[in-house]
Design a protein. Structure first.
Length: 269
């Protein structure tokens, strides 16, 4: 990352922290950093099926539980919420709702991939962040579901409040996008260093789960279950441990930057 990008991300972090501080008059400051882990699919929705019959939903859940275990073991200032902790079906819209109701600081959706019939064999991990073409939809979700914009004693009919939400919601969504992009670069590096999986890059997509949560959010496709090598790796304890540790480390590094900017904001007041 060059110095200009680092400077821009630092500025965006400052905006993010300053924007969130608006709610201090109505809610106590959080003492913990809340991570939402979203194991994709579940229950009646198995997701993709590997070449040996393994269900994606089971691998997703196993990796998410391992990430939770690593975080809980070493950090008592990180709160971990899973959208599901067992083999159950959760609607996509409910996953974002769970994240918003728990006032999450970061949302990580965990999946495995499968090539299309017309495609050649594929392998490696992919990271997705939201499609900027769906910004308006994301803004509406932010306004409707984020507690930040549901202040109990606010005069939502006032001219000031309407002007504030008109300006602040798009700003906040833009910051969410930039922070998602920043976290994605950290995760890509950790997955490349810590696993045998190849990187297929960071991409933008209009997945609903990426816009349903009003916070920095990404979706990681941990590998292709249609690829014999990827499937063997992701089915193994070593592969799942490697992927979970990479996600865990990326969250920790992201939180370090988040905490630093929160500290800078506090001492500058």
């Amino acid at each position: 990352m060059n110095q200009l990008n680092l400077f821009l991300y630092t500025i965006l972090f400052s905006i993010f922290i300053l924007t969130n501080s608006f709610a201090e008059n109505t809610e106590p400051e959080k003492d913990v950093f809340t991570v939402i882990l979203d194991p994709g699919h579940g229950g009646k929705d198995p997701g993709t099926t590997g070449t040996t019959g393994v269900y994606e939903k089971n691998i997703n859940l196993s990796i998410a539980l391992k990430v939770k275990e690593y975080l809980a073991e070493k950090y008592d200032d990180i709160r971990i919420i899973l959208t599901r902790e067992k083999d159950e079906f959760i609607e996509l819209k409910e996953r974002g709702k769970i994240a918003n109701e728990n006032n999450g600081d970061l949302f990580v959706s965990i999946h495995c991939n499968y090539k299309k019939k017309e495609e050649h064999d594929k392998n490696g991990f992919e990271i997705y962040i939201s499609d900027l073409n769906r910004t308006n939809e994301a803004e509406e979700i932010t306004k409707l579901e984020n507690k930040f914009f549901l202040l109990p004693k606010s005069d939502t009919s006032s001219v000031f409040w309407k002007e504030y939400t008109t300006i602040a919601v798009p700003l906040l969504q833009n910051v969410y996008f930039k922070m998602s992009e920043y976290f994605a670069t950290i995760l890509e590096l950790e997955l490349t260093k810590g696993t045998v999986l190849e990187s297929r890059g960071i991409q933008q997509e209009g997945y609903f789960v990426l816009i349903g949560a009003s916070m920095p959010v990404l979706l990681v496709e941990c590998g292709f279950l249609s690829n014999v090598g990827d499937e063997r790796y992701l089915k193994s304890q070593k592969g799942q441990n490697d992927v979970a540790k990479a996600i865990y480390k990326a969250i920790v590094f992201y939180k370090m930057d988040y905490d630093y900017m929160k500290f800078v904001n506090k001492i500058s007041k």
